[in-house]
Design a protein around this ligand. Structure first.
Ligand code: UP5
Ligand code: MG
Length: 190
């Protein structure tokens, strides 16, 4: 009772499809708080928490961390932000993530922003990225692609059936992709 409405957009797409890059641009114009699940997990490793070693091993293998761990971090970040509009980037990555988030928070996403990009292009971007990610080597990148196809695409299909997926061609330049994103976010302009 008295709860104000919380707006959540899940930002999904393969590794290197440009989720983080586009979220940073959305934040500038549309009053959202950007929460990258991957960034929250990497911060948890750095903080020296008891889950750190487990998370670190999962990320090096491109595997998906248990839902409760990620959701706990997301919930804390949502509360800490003081905002009521969120871009949740890189989550949910599998059906377990999706079901646990929906059951645990009772939040239904407004829509899913899906960056569609071929693997060759994503691979090129990840291999030329220079930010010391332990998972940006060719062996781990291949594993991340496989997990995306096997576990994450079914989540996108789930929301497709509900008419909630807004698909964007992510192959173009950063500015061109953002032109398409802007159309989708027009109703949220601040
Ligand atoms: N770039 C971006 N857009 C471009 C464009 N249009 N043209 C040319 N270049 C472009 O972009 C990647 C690179 O491409 C950058 O150098 C950028 O400049 C350039 P970025 O915006 O970083 O893409 P993004 O989709 O965010 O790629 P990222 O590597 O972050 O995606 P992942 O989904 O692989 O990574 P994430 O951090 O979400 O997850 C990492 C790992 O954490 C997972 O593999 C998993 O092990 C774990 N994890 C979980 O277990 N659970 C979760 O819920 C989340 C993560
Ligand atoms: Mg990212």
């Amino acid at each position: 009772p008295g709860d104000k409405k919380i707006t959540v957009v899940f930002v999904l797409g393969g590794p290197g499809s440009g989720k983080g890059t586009q979220c940073a641009k959305i934040v500038e114009n549309y009053g959202f708080t950007h929460l990258s699940a991957g960034d929250l997990l990497r911060a948890e490793i750095k903080s020296g928490s008891e889950n750190g070693t487990m998370i670190s091993n999962m990320i090096k293998e491109g595997k998906i961390v248990p839902a409760e761990v990620t959701i706990d971090l997301l919930k804390k970040a949502m509360i800490g932000s003081g905002n009521d509009r969120f871009l949740i980037d890189g989550f949910p990555r599998n059906e377990e993530n999706r079901a646990a988030f929906e059951n645990g928070t009772k939040i239904e996403p407004e829509f899913i922003l899906f960056f569609d990009c071929p693997e060759e292009e994503m691979e090129r971007r990840l291999l030329s990225r220079n930010q010391e990610r332990v998972d940006d080597n060719i062996e781990t990148i291949r594993k991340r692609f496989r997990v995306f196809v096997e576990s994450s695409l079914p989540v996108i299909e789930h929301y497709e059936l509900k008419g909630k997926v807004r698909k964007v061609n992510a192959t173009k330049s950063i500015e061109e992709v953002f032109e398409d994103v802007k159309i989708i976010f027009a109703p949220f302009h601040t």
